[in-house]
Design a protein around this ligand. Sequence first.
Ligand code: HEC
Ligand code: HEC
Length: 101
Amino acid sequence: MKKISSKDWLIVAALAALIVFLSMGAGKGKGKNVPVDDRHKPLYEAIKSGRTQAETELVCATCHGPSSLPLPKDHPPKEQCLICHVLGDYSYQESDRGAQK
Ligand code: HEC
Ligand code: HEC
């Protein structure tokens, strides 16, 4: 078998750096996940009960609007909140409900 030369290692290192770079780039431009808290719980419920994403996004504006909770100044000018702010892992709410039964 051919011995791995230092030049080969350089290529491996370059590829590794590229992968890291690309995976960082993929997460860029997205905000944080929608928090899983009491304020945002109804939104998780709405999506679960079959509401469309568009309907649910209208609700975001009732709180995250210019009057109450303005978005950051450099916020991307987009209405489809849920494309960037993913509804995170809801599973712990499920177990909460199990406990209430
Ligand atoms: C009932 C009012 C209310 C609604 C509706 C609401 N939010 Fe929020 N949101 C808040 C408040 C208050 C905060 C800040 C405190 C907190 O984290 O709960 C917040 C925080 C956030 C944050 C920032 C979390 C962080 O870690 O800084 C994001 C992102 C967010 N909301 C997205 C959304 C999206 C997307 C929707 C619609 C699907 C939505 N919110 C609907 C009240 C609301
Ligand atoms: C194109 C992607 C995109 C869309 C669409 C989008 N956001 Fe954001 N949002 C971001 C990014 C990126 C940040 C962080 C920007 C910053 O720190 O200035 C952010 C930040 C926020 C924050 C502040 C909390 C934090 O993460 O620092 C809130 C609240 C928020 N967005 C709510 C919303 C709501 C509500 C909508 C729908 C009206 C929405 N966003 C649509 C990308 C998006």
